[in-house]
Write a protein that binds this ligand. Structure first.
Ligand SMILES: NC(=O)c1ccc[n+]([C@@H]2O[C@H](COP(=O)([O-])OP(=O)(O)OC[C@H]3O[C@@H](n4cnc5c(N)ncnc54)[C@H](O)[C@@H]3O)[C@@H](O)[C@H]2O)c1
Length: 399
């Protein structure tokens, strides 16, 4: 049923979606960012991802920044544009999606429209009411940045939300899930969930809220251990031998961050509205406390070293990341700024001379020499020669 697949928004999610189908279907990608479109047209990846790099090398992807060209003769339109959290309305900003749907409505599109962007619970129903002539479905995306295409090829589950009171919709949802199932490489292992629209939206938000909660749990454990002078790693390793807890995703950090976890849990908190809860808001507060604790601990370490300059090594959240959206270290830096601390930054992704008013020194030897204390969210081999100056809570040397 779906042969002509169009993908709107070629970020981590959209580009991975386009490449997932590019070998077997007629795929066209669209993005408003001209540079990105040009880069992909030339066969280059706009971000670091080995599978995406290889996929673009082995078969070119048709991309355009002319919207009408992109949606022409389409069977399936996948939307993967941003849904930032608006701190004033306490809701996701759906404006990019609404704009696209408006254009599709004007074009009298009869295609199936599948939203892959993360939405709040109730959003798809609302969008359907706003655009009754369009066929809108929702399928959450669970990929990790850095392994976007790999996670699409080997997903842990496929979730498609639809109106369960409509038999015709059940058939479309099944066809969408079959399309994905046929594209993945772990067909026999992947679980399919055909759910209501709101359940599909909730699955995504609760998945990320759990991850944020788990990160916060191990961070609070680490805060406790640091304060009481206990060995955090020993405690973590010992509790993680219990298979109900598991020895994974338990490495302390300066706080959860990245594009999705912070915004998705805040949105879920808004969705709770009048529903009783403590854990969701508790997790958000825990992450703030963790960053405050880390900043104060850094100041203490600096005083102990009788130093004055704090060197921040990398602003990225994870090793190998190519962006620092909502990175926890940035909040730590902001607290250090309020405390009037002297900070320098090493971040090769920054070409400007300053960041948040602090000097960026991208000559590693100079950065090391000028720093009395080097703080890093994730430890890297390059710091081996200055190990004694390093403060990190990366106890397992992994993300
Ligand atoms: N990054 C992740 O790990 C991840 C994982 C799962 C879900 N998500 C969700 O997927 C959505 C997209 O995330 P992302 O990380 O891929 O974002 P991104 O910022 O990497 O990419 C979004 C792309 O959309 C383009 N865009 C913006 N407005 C547009 C418009 N009106 N028309 C066409 N293109 C437009 C941007 O130029 C950009 O290339 C978000 O809702 C996010 O929460 C992200």
């Amino acid at each position: 049923m779906f042969n002509k697949i169009r993908v709107i928004g070629l970020g981590y999610v959209g580009l991975a979606q386009a490449l997932l189908f590019n070998n077997d279907y007629d795929v066209v990608g669209y993005d408003i960012n001209h540079d990105k479109v040009l880069k992909i047209k030339e066969g280059n990846t706009p971000f670091r991802d080995i599978e995406i790099t290889n996929a673009l090398k082995s078969k070119s992807l048709k991309v355009t920044n002319v919207f009408n060209e992109a949606i022409k003769e389409s069977d399936l339109i996948i939307i993967a544009t941003p849904t930032h959290f608006n701190e004033e309305t306490k809701m996701f900003d759906l404006s990019s999606i609404v704009d696209i749907l408006k254009t599709l409505e004007s074009a009298k599109s009869k295609s199936i429209i599948l939203i892959k962007s993360t939405l709040h619970v109730g959003a798809t129903i609302r969008l359907r009411l706003l655009f009754p002539a369009l066929n809108i479905f929702f399928s959450p995306e669970f990929l990790k940045e850095g392994s976007a295409l790999y996670d699409n090829l080997y997903p842990s589950r496929i979730v498609v939300g639809y109106n369960q009171r409509e038999a015709k919709e059940a058939e479309i949802a099944r066809q969408i899930s079959t399309l994905y199932l046929n594209a993945v490489k772990n067909k026999d292992d992947v679980k399919v969930f055909l759910t209501s629209l709101e359940e599909a939206e909730a699955i995504k938000l609760f998945a990320n809220a759990y991850l944020a909660l788990r990160v916060s749990f191990f961070n609070e454990l680490d805060t406790f251990a640091l304060t009481k002078d206990l060995d955090s790693l020993t405690i973590i390793d010992a509790i993680s031998t219990d298979p109900r807890i598991g020895n994974y995703y338990n490495n302390p950090s300066f706080g959860y961050g990245g594009y999705c976890l912070p915004k998705d849990i805040k949105q879920l908190q808004t969705n709770y509205d009048l529903v009783p809860e403590q854990l969701i808001s508790g997790t958000i507060k825990s992450n703030i406390s963790r960053k405050e604790f880390i900043a104060q601990f850094i100041i203490r370490e600096l005083i102990m070293k009788q130093g004055k300059t704090i060197g921040v090594f990398r602003l990225i959240m994870k090793k190998g990341s190519d962006n620092f959206r909502e990175s926890s270290i940035i909040d730590v830096i902001n607290i250090l700024k309020e405390e009037k601390m002297e900070v320098i930054i090493y971040e090769p992704l920054i070409t400007d001379e300053t960041f948040h008013g602090y000097k960026v020194i991208n000559d590693l030897a100079t950065f090391k020499a000028k720093s009395d204390l080097i703080v890093t969210n994730r430890y890297q081999k390059e710091l081996e020669d200055v190990k004694d100056k390093v403060f990190t809570r990366d106890l397992k040397s992994r993300d």
